[in-house]
Design a protein around this ligand. Structure first.
Ligand code: A2P
Length: 347
């Protein structure tokens, strides 16, 4: 990485934005300048970065002047409004929202899986959904050896997926319940403390919520496998940070467990966590703050000779969002892809 880049974080004060800041600092991203953008609610706020106090600015029409890269994590409607303006101003946008993910001319990138897709960008690169990223990192190495035919996923998703306020809500609700009070949900539709419920994203006609359909459609796009059969049940659980997933993976012929273990032990972005004697496997509390997706409990599906079962936990804010975005940014920097060579997206 020879050049350095002028970067803006849109949504800097949020759960993912804060992590982006930390990652740009700890991973030594080649920064020429860093601008922190959020809503007018955050005007006057300061955040520390590399020993300096940086002001948080309300995003405006002039925010993207002289910016090379925007890391956006401020929700879909904010991205829809500002990403095209940032692209028009000459920046490349790595967008963490779902606004552009399924757009044909927007690459959807997990660097361990399809780094080559980043080179096709026309201004916007989409960061996939968090549960999708974690699943993709674990399944891709197996898919490379024997193509996967079908995935049945069940997720156990933490509060962090709904942002910093949602994490706070779980803490406040937990304290209220312990004091004998009845908590009043605000961010989530129902109490999450001491409870769980199916993911609260909008319901589709198929009876799957949007989160579940993201796992289906986004995985197909990232894998370049439009026919891949995937079904998912997404559940919100009272965990603060890091999502977990139970995956049933079907191949066209048996996939020996030992071979899967060997492959995953060496796979990029994966940490194998298995102690069968101690019944010790991935846990969200141990995945929190970690870069790797923790994978374990790999076993033969006793109901299907061609099936494997595995369990994973991965930090939703980190690999599920901010880290994946920063890895894409590093990829752009290393491969000199920060500048567009093709026409910009129509706004
Ligand atoms: P703010 O803190 O000013 O509300 P999270 O995902 O943790 O809820 O964080 C969302 C992030 O997106 C925050 O940084 C929030 O800023 C920012 N954000 C939300 N709405 C807007 C908006 N309309 N314009 C700019 N930033 C926004």
């Amino acid at each position: 990485m020879s050049d350095s880049y002028r970067v803006a974080i849109l949504g800097a004060t949020g759960a993912v934005g804060t992590e982006l800041l930390e990652l740009l600092e700890s991973r030594q991203f080649p920064l020429a300048d860093l601008k922190l953008l959020a809503s007018p609610r955050s005007a006057g706020r300061k955040m520390s970065f590399r020993g300096e106090e940086l002001p948080v600015e309300p995003v405006s029409d002039r925010s993207f002047d002289n910016i090379d890269l925007v890391l956006a994590s401020a929700g879909g409607s904010t991205s829809k409004l500002w990403a095209p303006k940032a692209v028009e101003a000459g920046a490349v946008v790595i967008d963490n929202s779902s606004a552009f993910r399924m757009q044909a001319d927007v690459p959807l990138v997990v660097p361990e899986v399809n780094p080559e897709a980043a080179a096709t960008h026309r201004g916007i690169i989409a960061n996939p959904n968090c549960t999708t990223i974690l699943m993709a990192v674990a399944v891709w190495p197996l898919h490379q050896v024997q193509p996967v035919q079908r995935i049945v996923a069940a997720t156990y998703q933490s509060a962090s997926g709904a942002g910093a306020r949602a994490m706070e809500e779980v803490k406040v609700q937990s304290m209220a319940i312990l004091q004998g009070e009845t908590p009043k949900p605000e961010v989530f539709p129902y109490p999450l403390a001491f409870n769980l419920f199916p993911h609260n994203s909008p319901m589709t006609e198929l009876g799957y919520c949007e989160e579940e359909m993201k796992m289906v459609k986004e995985t197909r796009k990232i894998f370049g496998a439009p026919e891949l059969r995937i079904t998912a049940t997404c559940i919100r659980v009272p965990v603060l940070r890091a999502h977990s997933e139970a995956l049933n993976i079907e191949f066209s012929e048996p996939f020996p467990v030992e071979k899967a273990r060997e492959i995953l032990a060496k796979a990029a972005g994966v940490q194998l966590v298995e102690d069968w004697q101690a019944n010790y496997f991935p846990m969200p509390i141990e995945a929190s703050g970690r870069d790797e997706v923790l994978v374990g409990r790999i076993r033969q599906d006793i109901s299907n000779p061609n099936g494997l079962e595995l369990w994973l936990s991965g930090d939703q804010i980190r690999k599920g969002a901010a880290l994946n975005a920063v890895q894409i940014a590093e990829l752009l920097a290393t491969k000199n892809l920060m500048k567009r060579s093709k026409p910009v997206l129509a706004s």
